[in-house]
Design a protein around this ligand. Structure first.
Ligand code: PNS
Length: 161
């Protein structure tokens, strides 16, 4: 039997938005199994707890080959633990590329057997960013098409938006 192609789709997902959901859907078609995982970005102070972020991911996870996960520490160590060979990251504009490429090179140094693939954001999702959504939430606003209705209801419930 052929070896399973396992990928990890890591991010802060604080909160998830329609762009993330589009990428995980694409990943589910490309790989046998995708671990959609919340990791810690030391440059960001989260608004939602890891448990809340995973709850949001579970609300929209309709795919049998996607598992929700969480890791502390280095992404490459978690990927090794999962026996994943691929990392999925998304690019919105060329601005994203510089940071993503740097991270890819560091991850490659740490774990040469891991391959990062970049999936392009849909044109209609290019404006979406968790940072801007957090800003809106702090100001008690949400744009309707940023997040699907399940996530909007969740955010309204836990943050009283
Ligand atoms: O959604 P984000 O904030 O762009 O996700 C970044 C994330 C969490 C994937 C990245 O910060 C990460 O992998 N953090 C774990 C630590 C790590 O392995 N960093 C990369 C090599 S230094």
């Amino acid at each position: 039997m052929n070896k399973q192609r396992i990928a990890i789709y890591p991010g802060s997902f604080d909160p998830i938005h329609s762009g993330h959901i589009d990428i995980i859907k694409a990943g589910s078609k490309l790989f046998d199994k995708v671990i959609w995982a919340v990791g810690a970005n030391s440059a960001k102070k989260p608004m939602f707890t890891v448990e809340q972020r995973m709850e949001m991911m579970n609300l929209v996870n309709k795919f049998p080959n996607i598992e929700i996960g969480q890791f502390d520490g280095l992404l490459v160590r978690y990927a090794e633990y999962l026996e994943a060979e691929y990392i999925i990251r998304s690019l919105r504009t060329s601005n994203d590329f510089e940071f993503e490429f740097q991270m890819t090179l560091v991850n490659k140094k740490l774990a040469p057997e891991l391959t990062t693939i970049y999936l392009p954001a849909k044109q209609g999702n290019i404006h979406l960013s968790s940072t801007l959504i957090r800003e809106l939430i702090l100001n008690h606003e949400l744009i309707d098409d940023c997040v699907p209705s399940e996530i909007r209801d969740f955010i309204r419930r836990v943050k009283e938006v």
